[in-house]
Design a protein around this ligand. Structure first.
Ligand code: GDP
Length: 368
């Protein structure tokens, strides 16, 4: 088994022999991307409503364990998919341990937006979600922005204790850990080891910080509400922004619809002519049509004009389900988990959002 044969859900090595064993995946699934073990597959497909982070036994044990140890918790979220990458319930587990909240992928946020504003928004949003972080940071693990400051803060807040890095899959945790290894390790030594967390089957990457303490990388947990789990590798490339996202403004009349590829749809029902500012990957095509034509268009042109999804992917693509929202506050984001968001500046709009069954859609105070 190579490095690449790891489950994207829990990080265990995938094997095809022992059905009852950890990391089992049917041989046929090895050709599929992304690779996922049967346990995570089941979690993902048969447990739609609840968050995996709260149902995965081993992860629960790790969280419980962290709550019982004296440690600093570093929680990483994807700033472009804040809600979709939030680990709900973490605050209930960490006990009295301090939490540093880290927003990764800062490079995707338009440069015109000040970091302080995003940090302020993260503090507000964390509080709304029940977490009171000790401090909040905005970084780009890929570009290296904010890494040194964060490393300094980790050193400051940990006060000699161990550090646990938590986050769901795709937030950039591995990229971040690699940065931290460079930051904290003496390059002349090969110091990285893995260790079992007591009572679990999952390996943690162990980065020694000093003679007594370490930074541990916990497995990335699948969060159901992310669009990423419903599309294939090719489509994931389309929806995942790789550089600063550009605002795309649509002036819509009532009863007009925007399609985001064929992955999601926004119906503007009522509220007079107004603008909708879309923040999504620059590669995703946005298609405008009349509401009355939208159903037909979707039925007849999904996979062609409206793509992704396409080809084989269409077979397993979930149906779109509706969520109705009325916008009551100024500057509200309509969030399509894992895809991005659409900002509405003035209250009074009524919209219907269509997303694949299982993917989150919500309103929030505007990030930008
Ligand atoms: P993990 O699943 O949390 O371990 O995430 P990875 O480190 O494998 O990263 C997931 C995806 O996010 C990859 O496509 C990375 O290239 C990308 N990524 C990681 N960090 C950043 C970042 O700072 N900025 C951007 N734009 N992408 C990032």
């Amino acid at each position: 088994m190579t490095e690449a044969m790891k489950c994207i859900g829990c990080g265990v090595l995938v094997q095809t022999e022992d059905k009852q064993g950890i990391g089992y995946a049917p041989p046929s699934s090895l050709e599929k991307e992304p690779l996922i073990c049967q346990r995570c597959f089941r979690l993902k497909h048969y447990n739609d409503i609840q968050d995996v982070s709260l149902t995965d036994d081993d992860f629960l044990r790790i969280l419980n364990g962290i709550g019982q140890t004296d440690a600093l918790v570093v929680k990483i979220v994807d700033i472009f998919d804040f809600n979709g990458s939030w680990l709900p319930g973490l605050h209930r587990f960490v006990g009295s341990n301090k939490v540093l909240l880290v927003g990764n992928k800062a490079d995707l946020i338009p440069k015109s937006v000040k970091a302080e504003k995003v940090i302020h928004w993260m503090k507000y949003s964390a509080k709304q979600l029940g977490l009171k972080p000790e401090d909040v940071f905005l970084i780009s693990a890929a570009k290296g922005n904010g890494i040194e400051e964060l490393a300094g803060a980790i050193e400051h807040y940990r006060e000699g204790r161990d550090v646990y890095v938590v986050g769901c899959t795709n937030v950039g945790k591995s990229t971040f850990i690699n940065r931290m290894i460079k930051q904290f390790s003496d390059e002349t030594e090969n110091v990285i080891t893995t260790s079992h967390f007591p009572g679990t089957t999952l390996d943690l990457i162990d980065i020694p910080l000093d003679d007594e303490s370490s930074m541990y990388d916990t497995p990335g947990i699948i969060n159901h509400h992310q669009m990423a789990h419903f599309v294939d590798k090719k489509s994931l490339k389309v929806i995942t922004p790789t550089k600063e996202v550009k605002a795309m403004v649509f002036q819509l009349n009532e009863e007009q619809t925007l399609f985001f590829g064929g992955l999601a749809r926004l119906d503007y029902v009522s509220g007079g002519r107004r603008s909708f500012v879309c923040y999504m990957s620059n590669h995703l095509k946005i298609h405008r049509t009349k509401l009355e034509k939208a159903n037909d268009l979707y039925e007849n042109h999904l996979g062609e004009l409206l793509t992704p999804p396409s080809g084989e992917e269409l077979k397993e693509f979930p149906e779109l389900v509706k969520h109705e929202f009325t916008i009551h506050e100024r500057k509200t984001d309509i969030v399509f988990s894992g895809l991005g968001w659409v900002t509405v500046n003035e209250p009074g709009a009524k919209v219907v959002v269509h997303v694949p069954k299982g993917v989150g859609a919500s309103l929030r105070r505007s990030l930008i």
